[in-house]
Write a protein that binds this ligand. Structure first.
Ligand code: 5RP
Length: 222
């Protein structure tokens, strides 16, 4: 199977997984990226069975609206029954690296609100130790050099992501060469750097369920 076929398989599995949890009042949190895009396309097939969605990016909001799915502001919603999103890496504890698509801050906010966070990923995203994928860090533009120096002190090798402004008007530093043996500690330490908006470690709030696409089918990991 191609990587896209695996992404489609987990996207479809996610719709099958959430459908019994939905009713006419349910609002679904929706992530960002190519796997999340496949999820949106399958979600549209059951759009009569839930109220609407909250999106973690402008791009996902546009795709949802194009399918006729109502998109709500997070502040106008009381609860999100689920949040479904992809990842750049996942370890066996379902701690993630996210933010390859620069949507990490809104993704982390929506994940924080959701009752259940379902990660969907093709098998290439599975790792024993996080950090092979460069860790995205969203930074207030004027703090970029300061944050980069502090990230070097934490053992990383930050690289400014060219031509990338986030939906929040900020910039991204991608931190290379960091073996993240204690993700909760590292997520917390990076958050303490003044000028950091969010980092792409989802360890303090990991996924609750992982649907991972492998050659022999979609595996559910909890
Ligand atoms: C965007 C993300 C994505 O979930 C992550 O980059 C995975 O993307 P894809 O599904 O295209 O492989 O965190 O900020």
């Amino acid at each position: 199977m191609t990587q896209d076929e695996l992404k489609k398989a987990v996207a479809k599995a996610a719709v099958d997984y959430i459908q019994p949890k939905l009713d006419n009042d349910s609002i679904v949190g929706v992530g960002t990226g190519s796997t999340a895009n496949f999820f949106i396309d399958y979600l549209a097939e059951i759009k009569g069975s839930f109220d609407g969605a909250v999106a973690s990016s402008e791009a996902s909001a546009e795709r949802l609206k194009a399918h006729g799915i109502p998109v709500y502001d997070l502040n106008s919603t009381d609860a999100l029954v689920v949040y479904v999103d992809g990842a750049d890496e996942t370890n066996p504890a379902l701690e993630l690296i996210k933010g390859g698509g620069a949507a990490l801050t809104r993704e982390k906010i929506v994940a924080a609100v959701a009752e259940e966070f379902i990660c969907i990923a093709d098998g290439s995203k599975w790792v024993e130790t996080l950090g092979n994928f460069p860790l995205p860090v969203e930074v207030i533009p004027m703090a970029r050099s300061h944050v980069a120096r502090e990230l070097v002190k934490l053992g990383g090798d930050p690289v400014y992501r060219e031509n990338c402004i986030t939906d929040n008007g900020n910039v991204i530093l991608d931190v290379h060469n960091m073996a993240i043996t204690n993700p909760v500690e590292m997520e917390t330490a990076i958050n303490q750097i003044v000028g950091v908006v969010t980092n792409g470690l989802f360890a303090c709030r990991p996924a609750d369920v992982l649907l991972i696409g492998r050659e022999d089918g979609v595996e559910t990991v909890r």
